[in-house]
Design a protein around this ligand. Structure first.
Ligand SMILES: Cc1cc2nc3c(=O)[nH]c(=O)nc-3n(C[C@H](O)[C@H](O)[C@H](O)COP(=O)(O)OP(=O)(O)OC[C@H]3O[C@@H](n4cnc5c(N)ncnc54)[C@H](O)[C@@H]3O)c2cc1C
Ligand SMILES: NC(=O)c1ccc[n+]([C@@H]2O[C@H](COP(=O)([O-])OP(=O)(O)OC[C@H]3O[C@@H](n4cnc5c(N)ncnc54)[C@H](O)[C@@H]3O)[C@@H](O)[C@H]2O)c1
Length: 475
């Protein structure tokens, strides 16, 4: 049996662990699907390339408001897909080649499964599953062992259980797309039903509707993005309902084949006709086929691997990082955790801890949304004494330039300390504007210091954050 110093399962964020400091280590990286994982192949990067494309279309549609005559004549979907994936696919191939060229690294392009804490079995190499994989575990594959094993197997999309009871879906006559495959469909559907109302639903609704597709969102809860701050969720739900058809408190009760594609029956009794159906109903940690039952690695009820602050699992010498163990399924969190594991593998006597105190996120929809820290609801539940301040884009000069009627920035400040405990933005460039608040929160800069202890470029958009902070000044 081949033995390694370190084996990494999953070449998403796991792939960034190995650098030249590992040159003296014998390493194996096992990837069942594509190098780069979710973010590069089917997640953050392609979606944002589609979102930018959709934003270009939106600017053309809005041009008349600014006295510019422009018309969106047509959308060339194959050209859009080609621009995005020719770049991504080339990167994926280069990343894999780079690893294969590392003299101390062996790349296994297959699925791994634990036989015991430090022994893995590799599935036959024709197992070409989707991210997270579909291939059954092999019983006759090669076995390898390692002193240290890093589980970085990410997460996979979930499809509501009831869908498997629909004949048309179970037989494959009506495909249910997920974020894994919707970006490479051969042609744009005329009508798309998206089930779900979270991050993925909000981003794809924006993309497809700006490219000319009629979009209906079917969300089982009472609002979209409902785990966000209440004011963000409410305002976004209202704005979304103007752009797309939004069905709240609703579920899909039947899916049948129809001449145009699919006929979708809702719990309200309404029937929707569509050419394509996208499930955006959440993601689950990808542990299903890892054989964790053969190990002493503990798993939460929701399938997440239990890790301590150093990213150690309950099995000695087995680590985990990213979506497979994190309550935040976000790439910047997976990257941070990978850096912690990287350090800890190299310095077993000086372990460092993961810092999850200030984790921001952005939803690249229309309008953009960004958030960090506590929501108003969380602050109130925690019984904190806080000051909240909201400032609208329309009340700063750059908001005039953009003619933005709906954007706003909300900051939540802890009264006793003057420190910012949360910030929430809805509006253009929200995902960039949040970064300065992340910085203040991370380094303990108070709202007052942040507002008046520095210059703010005039008349730039960050003035909306400056003014929100001024509104929350305590002293
Ligand atoms: C549509 C979409 C958009 C997103 N947009 C954003 C965004 O804008 N910003 C953001 O922060 N996050 C975003 N995310 C989330 C982000 O992509 C993930 O949090 C991140 O990629 C997780 O990284 P990871 O390394 O944990 O897992 P992954 O990148 O998923 O890597 C896991 C790898 O392990 C492999 N694997 C699994 N099981 C096995 C096995 N048994 N053997 C061998 N290999 C295996 C998989 O094939 C996969 O390549 C998005 C996600 C999606 C789906
Ligand atoms: N920009 C980003 O950072 C970004 C983008 C995309 C995805 N992600 C990550 O991926 C994760 C998964 O995204 P997601 O949008 O799939 O999940 P999500 O948890 O954000 O949203 C899922 C939504 O689907 C709804 N839902 C679930 N089952 C349903 C059903 N049967 N019928 C109708 N509605 C149903 C839920 O109520 C929820 O609103 C996110 O939590 C996020 O961590 C991040």
């Amino acid at each position: 049996m081949e033995h390694y110093d370190i084996v990494i399962i999953g070449a998403g964020s796991g792939n960034m662990i190995v650098n030249r400091k590992f040159a003296s280590k014998k390493v194996a990286i096992i990837e069942a699907n594509k190098f780069g994982g979710t973010c590069l192949n089917v997640g953050c990067i392609p979606t944002k390339m589609f979102v930018y494309t959709a934003d270009v279309a939106a600017h053309i549609r809005e041009a008349a408001r600014f006295g510019i005559t422009a018309r969106l004549d047509s959308v060339d979907w194959p050209a859009i897909v080609d621009r995005i994936f020719s770049r991504i696919d080339a990167n994926v191939a280069a990343a894999k080649q780079f690893r294969e060229d590392n003299p101390n690294v062996t790349v296994y392009s297959t699925r791994a499964r634990f036989i015991e804490d430090h022994v893995l079995e590799l599935a036959p190499t024709d197992d070409e599953g989707a991210p997270g994989g579909t291939g059954a575990p092999s019983t006759g594959g090669q076995r390898i062992s390692a002193d240290q094993i890093v589980i970085a197997t990410g997460s996979r999309p979930t499809i509501p259980d009831q869908f498997s009871s629909f004949d048309a879906v179970a037989s494959g006559r009506v495909p249910v797309y997920t974020s894994d495959d919707i970006m490479r469909i051969p042609q744009l559907p005329d009508r798309l039903v998206i089930v779900g109302g979270g991050f993925i639903a909000a981003e794809f609704a924006h993309v497809f509707s700006e490219l000319g597709v009629e979009v209906t969102l079917v969300e089982r809860g009472p609002a979209l993005l409902r785990h966000h701050d209440g004011e963000i969720s409410q305002r976004f739900t209202a704005l979304a309902s103007k752009q797309w058809k939004v069905r709240l408190n609703t579920e899909v009760t039947a899916v049948e084949e129809s001449p145009g594609g699919a006929r979708v029956t809702l719990s309200t009794g309404d029937v929707l006709e569509c050419a394509a159906l996208l499930a955006a109903t959440g993601r689950a940690p990808d542990t299903g086929e890892l054989g964790l039952g053969n190990t002493s690695v503990r798993v939460e009820e929701d399938g997440r691997i239990v890790v301590d602050a150093h990213q150690r699992t309950s099995a000695d010498g087995v680590w985990a990082l990213g979506d497979v163990c994190s309550p935040w399924m976000l790439k910047h969190v997976a990257n941070h955790e990978a850096r912690v594991v990287q350090h800890n593998l190299l310095h077993p006597g000086e372990l460092i801890k993961t810092d999850h105190r200030v984790v921001p996120s952005g939803v690249f929809t229309a309008p953009q949304i960004a958030t960090v820290g506590l929501t108003s609801e969380m602050a109130s539940e925690a019984g904190l004494d806080v000051v909240e301040s909201v400032f609208d884009y329309k009340d700063v000069a750059y908001g005039w330039a953009m003619d933005d009627p709906e954007g706003f920035c909300k900051v939540i400040v802890d009264r006793p300390t003057g420190l910012i405990v949360g910030a929430h933005l809805l509006g253009a460039h929200a995902t960039a504007l949040i970064q300065q608040v992340v910085q203040a929160m991370t380094f303990g800069i108070s709202a007052a210091e942040m507002a008046r202890g520095q210059y703010w470029v005039h008349p730039a958009l960050p003035e909306v954050v400056e003014n929100a902070l001024l509104g929350a000044r305590i002293r």
